[in-house]
Design a protein around this ligand. Structure first.
Ligand code: PNS
Length: 177
């Protein structure tokens, strides 16, 4: 029997920590699906289409890595896909409490599914998507912490935001003068 694993998350954006876990998962399982959560309530920085395109570009040469989206309960998605394993990354003890709750809730919802925790390489243990966005937005360097395509897209997004803000402040200055 082949083992199908699902690595769920927001991936807003994909970091090299995520890439490391996916690469390790692809060695361990026959197939791994990167399942990006469609979360209508949260306003993501990168659209769903952008997040899917980024992940597809990064894993284009890995045939046993699939990129997909899901909404609703994670265990229902696994059931639909006939997958057996949820992969989650653990970076530090601080991740443990939430991950433990989530794993036990998922186990209660569907006892056929198991959660496997994987550690990223040491150099990625402190990275989070939230921190990448914050550091980049404040002019900090994120090179080596995210795939190059993410860095390029961050640059484009912030450049277009700045030009919109520049236009708006220019317009309001015009009103004041
Ligand atoms: O990258 P994230 O934001 O830590 O991922 C969280 C995610 C997507 C794994 C989690 O929010 C999730 O599984 N959501 C789907 C809804 C669900 O199944 N909830 C019950 C499990 S607690």
């Amino acid at each position: 029997m082949s083992t199908l694993a699902v690595y769920p998350g927001s991936f807003d954006p994909l970091t090299n920590g995520h890439v490391d876990i996916i690469t390790r998962g692809a060695r361990l399982f026959d197939r791994i699906i990167v399942a990006i959560l469609v979360n209508a309530e949260k306003a993501p920085f990168f659209s769903m289409e952008e997040r899917v395109a980024i992940a597809r570009a990064v894993f284009k040469d890995q045939p046993n890595v699939e990129i997909d989206t899901f909404d609703g309960l994670l265990v229902d998605y696994l059931e639909r896909r006939n997958a057996q394993v949820i992969v989650r990354g653990l970076r530090a003890v601080s991740d443990f409490e939430f991950e433990f709750q989530m794993a036990l809730m998922n186990q209660r919802l569907n006892g056929r599914i198991d959660t496997i925790f994987m550690m990223p390489a040491e150099q990625y243990t402190y990275i989070s998507s939230r921190m990448i966005k914050e550091v980049f937005s404040l002019g900090g360097r994120v090179h080596g912490l995210v795939p190059d395509t993410v860095e390029d897209r961050l640059r484009e997004k912030f450049a277009s935001r700045r030009s919109v803000e520049g236009t708006q402040s220019g317009a309001s200055e015009g009103v004041r003068s």
